[in-house]
Design a protein around this ligand. Structure first.
Ligand SMILES: O=C(O)c1ccccc1NCC(=O)[C@H](O)[C@H](O)COP(=O)(O)O
Length: 265
């Protein structure tokens, strides 16, 4: 499965990075940083009404290269102008053509909570996220043991970072809740065959208590999709490809959110 390949590639990448910057050096870099950007991320996603996390990604395993026009700073500024609630930045280089450097540079210019979207497999990557000025990290249940999930949630909290705990099915939602996740994401993309089904979010929403922030991820393309998810009491949506392919990102967001905003007002 693609997740296995992503984990192997990530382990190799982190090993190479450790040769350049040790974990103890990374820890020193963040030791005096007492900010808690995760709190803003949490507030942004949990506010009344539907919140939007807009994603910045150049490529993906399911779609290959998504766009040739990839001025990530300009895209982040456009998202900020459109008043999205948070931005997700792919930092995985091999399959998504991302970079942690993109996140650091965006954080320096755009004052919106940032999710480091990567395949977190070690505490090293959580310290990296803090040093890069992320507000939140992604923890994918399918690639972690229960013990890792709990330890990484605790470490993220100690560093003032929020965490989206990503799930795909009922069993994983239960694992996320048991680990104490405060934000649960449901990925609508089946990572075995890449098919997308919004019903996955609709079904699993029922298993997540109201006090936990619920994020629907992947395959969101139309205003009707957003309306359905809003009616199902989803707190936030993560939208990638649809926005990356839009030449006018602000107009695309306005169109997507049109009916939802009308209903909220
Ligand atoms: O998108 C993929 O091909 C993919 C494959 C393997 C692991 C993760 C993958 N995608 C990451 C994501 O979760 C999406 O980037 C995110 O949910 C946005 O999805 P979309 O709006 O469909 O671009």
């Amino acid at each position: 499965m693609i997740l296995d390949d992503l984990v192997i590639a990530t382990k190799k990448r982190v090993e190479r990075q450790r040769q350049l910057t040790s974990l103890s050096d990374l820890k020193k870099r963040v030791q005096h940083d007492v900010t808690r950007p995760g709190d803003e991320f949490m507030t942004a996603l949990g506010k009344p009404g539907l919140s939007v996390i807009a994603e910045i990604k150049k490529a993906s395993p399911s779609k290959g290269q998504i766009t040739n026009s990839f001025d990530y700073l300009d895209i982040a500024k456009k998202y900020a102008e459109a008043r999205v609630d948070a931005i997700s930045v792919l930092t995985e280089p091999e399959y998504f053509k991302g970079s942690l450097d993109y996140l650091t540079k965006i954080a320096a210019q755009v004052k919106i909570p940032l999710l480091r979207k990567d395949f977190t497999i070690s505490e090293y990557m959580i310290y990296q996220a803090k040093a890069a000025r992320a507000s939140a990290i992604l923890l994918i249940v399918a690639i972690l043991t229960q013990q890792q999930l709990e330890e990484y949630l605790k470490l993220a909290d100690e560093l003032g970072l929020a965490a989206i705990v990503e799930t795909h099915d009922e069993k994983e939602v239960k694992q996320a809740l048991q680990a104490g996740a405060q934000i649960i994401g449901v990925n609508n993309r089946n990572l075995k065959d890449f098919s997308v089904d919004l019903n996955n979010s609709l079904q699993l929403r029922k298993l997540v208590p109201e006090n936990i922030v619920f994020v629907a991820e992947s395959g969101i393309k139309t205003a009707q999709d957003l309306k359905i998810l809003t009616n199902a009491n989803v707190d936030a949506v993560l939208i990638g490809e649809t926005l990356m392919r839009a030449t006018d990102k602000k107009a695309c967001l306005t169109n997507l959110l049109g009916e939802v905003k009308e209903d909220e007002s």
